[in-house]
Design a protein. Structure first.
Length: 389
């Protein structure tokens, strides 16, 4: 056990689909024991390790929660986590494709940390290739000020899984397990039920529902992810609903839309999805088709891409490093994209949920329900009066 261990990364993720639990993954430069005080709840790891997992931590609801990490050498971190009220408002920071861009990525992460969002969404590609130890060091250290205070919703990219085809089989790693060790996904019985790949989950965060998909695997009607996606959207009402994945359905950039694009756009249209959040093309773009908004946010640090085409419904396109601010209010929502220097690149309103999809009964349904209840009471009174005669 070393007294010289330093804190490399601290990543808050959701531990349960209902958003009531958080997980904290702590990475050190050397093996050491570690103690966590989570707002008075104390958890101590007795075995020295470089990576520590603290699970089933209560999500703050009414007031900020202060936690601190202590190692043998003293206090490592003290941080405050904002409460997430059930009805919002909710401040969301969105960005992606930060691999190979240590300088721009650090500036973006620091800016987001200063803003203090309730949740951060990353659309994938955090390292260059599977087993990229130096890439993980850069990513964890760059995001430490941000992910130590704001829970992360992460959609798996393709670079995290990529391995050179000539690598001998015995030297290949389990890329999925390696990523999940660094950025654990919430437990999701519904994803498990459908046999969805690791890293596929849904989580309720205040008034918003986030669904993270793995676009490296098939997404289609009848496929495990398609079954999972549609069951979640059919049974989880929310005022704001988002699909987050790496390969987006539409883009004017180098990669363009994914093979799953038509299916995703159809599902999003049928189920009143607020927006599809994607990366893969290293740029910012906002596209609106069939009342569905697609936000491509892939300017987190990787080499930028230029415009290769113009898709129908493209409302804004900028090839620059950036992050996106989404404010989800009680009545409406806005999206704003900002460059490295704080320049406003785009601003727009996001569509409000249609009746029946926001988790609240529409007025007509409520009135009809009251009318049925009143009629039932009158009938019961009638029976009582006449049976007494």
């Amino acid at each position: 056990m070393s007294a010289s261990a330093l804190l490399l990364g601290a990543v808050l993720t959701f531990g349960a689909s209902d958003g009531t639990k958080l997980s904290l993954t702590v990475t050190l430069t050397e093996s050491s024991t570690l103690a966590l005080d989570w707002g008075g709840l104390t958890v101590t790891s007795t075995a020295p390790a470089r990576r520590h997992y603290f699970r089933d931590l209560p999500t703050p609801r009414l007031s900020p929660l202060v936690y601190h990490l202590d190692a043998r050498g003293g206090r490592m971190l003290e941080e405050t986590v904002k409460p997430i009220p059930p009805d919002g408002p909710l401040l969301v920071a969105l960005y992606g494709d930060s691999r190979d861009g240590d300088g721009p990525h650090r500036r973006i992460a620091r800016t987001i940390a200063d803003v203090g969002p309730d949740v951060v969404v990353h659309t994938g590609d955090v390292i260059h290739k599977a087993g990229d130890a130096a890439g993980w060091v850069n990513h964890l250290s760059a995001t430490l000020p941000m992910t130590s205070a704001s829970p992360l919703v992460y959609a798996l990219g393709n670079h995290e899984l990529w391995q050179y085809w000539r690598i001998p089989k015995e030297e290949r790693i389990d890329a999925y397990a390696a990523v999940m060790a660094e950025l654990p996904a919430p437990e999701d019985p519904l994803a498990e039920k459908h046999g969805a790949p690791p890293g596929v989950y849904h989580v309720r965060v205040g008034p918003a529902l986030f669904i993270a998909l793995d676009s490296n695997q098939p997404i289609a009607a009848g496929a495990p992810q398609g079954k999972f996606l549609e069951e979640v959207l059919e049974n989880e009402p929310a005022q704001y609903r988002f699909i987050a994945l790496h390969h987006g359905p539409l883009s004017s950039g180098r990669h363009g839309g994914s093979e799953a694009g038509p299916y995703l756009m159809d599902v999003a249209d049928r189920h009143d999805v607020t927006a599809i959040l994607a990366g893969h093309d290293h740029l910012y773009e906002r596209i609106v088709q069939r009342d569905v908004t697609v936000l491509v946010s892939g300017g987190g640090g990787a080499p930028l891409y230029r415009r290769w085409r113009t898709v129908d419904g493209s409302k804004a396109f900028v090839s620059t490093y950036h992050w996106v601010r989404m404010m989800l209010g009680a009545e409406d929502a806005t999206v704003e994209a900002y460059g490295l220097e704080g320049t406003l690149l785009d601003r727009a309103a996001l569509p409000a949920a249609k009746e029946g999809h926001d988790g609240r009964a529409p007025l007509g349904v409520l009135i009809a329900g009251l009318a049925v209840l009143f009629a039932g009471l009158l009938f019961a009174l009638y029976r009582i009066v006449f049976s007494a005669r």
